[in-house]
Write a protein that binds this ligand. Structure first.
Ligand code: SF4
Length: 471
């Protein structure tokens, strides 16, 4: 863990906080801000909930399985809660169901909604004063302060997320996020550059830009082609070697954004663009742009501008009214798009969304069958892509070590029981698998390597050279 910008009044016996962060990278940043504020107030951060004076669960409420995981986690810490320990529930589930959670789970001492993260020390102080607070304030003030708040970075040493905006201006009919996080609210370029500099000074080499829709960045604060302007501004931040942009929206990726990605020496040729479906009728029902042909043209333009681009997307199967014909259209689209990596999710019926009430809900067994078929289709496509890349040279950012089980297909390729792992420009953290390397390496270094093999998910490389930085 690294601390960025946290001046600290210290107590003789520091109190300890434990935080469980669930859900996405955007939620992780909110967790890191809470830890930063607590560390700034003299709290120690512990990895053991049993040792903590305050246990904080930062929850996710995107879809039913995420809500179930969040609720189970709260219940787990509630059951283990000891005398004098505080249990704080934060994040999206707290924002949506905070009052009910507090009523149903008496062990919960405080609820921290999506606008109240930085107030965590003050909220714990309220608990210590005998209150049981519920903080569901507006999140705009939080977003404005984001670059100026201390943060404890918890990602592997050389990488950190940078939240460029909060909320979303789209109205996808399956999605509850705009109700939980509000409409799009961008941070300013100076605040983002300042935070990027602080992260770089703390040893970060890879910045991962996140938002609900990164390509829409800046529109609400009057910036034209805001993401392009931001890329240009971040180009001057010393120490940052890679900038990875996640969550692009197909119709807001403009030629200016593509040109800025191409011109930058730091933006990696990695395109993450959730499409959710390909059939125009389903896209229309999802309230998304029903233009699959335009998606294919956009991929072609991106591949031309960013040679060797890695393209990742996500799709939902079993959306209400999705017929066999719609689903097979999606499979055909996958073959045409030839994407590097794809995540598939079964449609999850979320109360409060437009699609919740739609007719034609698809049976769970049909969703499961379609999910398996979609994954198998993409597995074959990704295997072809991976095979075509054996022999390619790339820089790998070393993140740590992993045990390689004797039964794993990786073992024969790596040849070691304990191998170093890292990521190249082609792998985003958490979703894309890893690059395995034999030999001795230093965490946080870039190693020049060549790909010698792969499994369905991971790749194996052999070192050519250790390089201080690819930039
Ligand atoms: S783009 Fe659609 S799916 Fe993504 S956060 Fe916005 S409303 Fe939800």
């Amino acid at each position: 863990m690294r601390r960025v910008d946290a001046g600290a009044p210290r107590r003789a016996v520091p109190r300890r906080a434990f935080l469980a962060s669930l859900g996405c990278a955007k939620n992780l940043i909110d967790s890191e801000v809470m830890l930063g504020r607590l560390a700034g107030q003299g709290w120690e951060i512990t990895a053991r909930a049993a040792d903590a004076d305050a246990v904080i669960v930062n929850t996710c409420a995107f879809i039913d399985p995420a809500k179930a995981e969040s609720t189970d986690t709260i219940l787990e810490y509630a059951a283990a809660k000891r005398d004098g320990q505080r249990l704080i529930v934060a994040g999206c589930l707290a924002q949506r169901y905070g009052a009910q959670l507090r009523e149903l789970i008496p062990e919960i001492d405080a609820v921290v909604g999506t606008g109240a993260f930085p107030k965590i020390p003050e909220i714990i102080a309220e608990v210590e004063a005998g209150l049981r607070p519920l903080h569901l304030e507006d999140r705009d003030a939080y977003v404005e302060r984001l670059g100026f708040l201390p943060r404890v970075v918890t990602t592997p040493r050389a990488s950190a997320y940078l939240k460029i905006s909060e909320g979303c201006n789209h109205t996808c009919s399956f999605c509850i996020i705009p109700q939980l996080r509000g409409v799009g609210k961008s941070r300013t370029i100076p605040s983002l550059v300042e935070e990027a500099r602080a992260l770089a000074e703390g040893g970060v080499k890879e910045l991962i830009l996140v938002a609900q829709d990164s390509s829409d960045y800046g529109r609400d604060i009057g910036l034209r082609d805001g993401l392009a302007r931001l890329i240009e501004a971040l180009e001057d931040v010393d120490g940052i070697c890679w900038i990875r942009i996640l969550y692009l929206y197909p119709t807001s990726v403009t030629p200016a954004i593509i040109a800025a990605m191409r011109a930058s020496s730091k933006v990696v040729p990695y395109v993450d663009m959730p499409l959710q479906h390909a059939h125009p009728e389903i896209l229309k029902a999802m309230h998304r742009p029903p233009q699959p042909q335009r998606y294919l043209e956009l991929f072609a333009a991106l591949r031309e501008a960013l040679p060797a681009a890695t393209i990742r997307s996500t799709f939902i199967v079993g959306f209400p009214s999705e017929s066999e014909a719609h689903f097979h259209y999606l499979l055909t689209f996958l073959e045409s798009a030839c994407l590097d990596r794809v995540g598939f999710f079964p449609y999850s019926r979320e109360e409060g969304t437009d699609a919740y009430e739609r007719e034609g809900q698809v049976a769970e067994r049909v969703k499961r069958r379609r999910l398996a078929l979609a994954r198998e289709t993409q597995r074959r496509i990704s295997a072809r892509v991976n095979s075509s890349r054996v022999g390619e040279r790339l820089d790998v950012l070393i993140e740590g070590k992993r045990l390689v089980a004797a039964s794993s297909p990786l073992r024969g390729l790596v040849g070691e029981r304990l191998a170093h792992v890292g990521r190249s420009q082609r792998e985003a953290p958490g979703v894309d698998g890893l690059v395995y390397l034999s030999g001795e390496h230093t965490v946080g270094d870039f190693v020049e390597a060549t790909i010698v093999g792969h499994t369905d998910f991971d790749r194996v490389a052999r070192q050519l050279n250790r390089v201080p930085s690819p930039a």
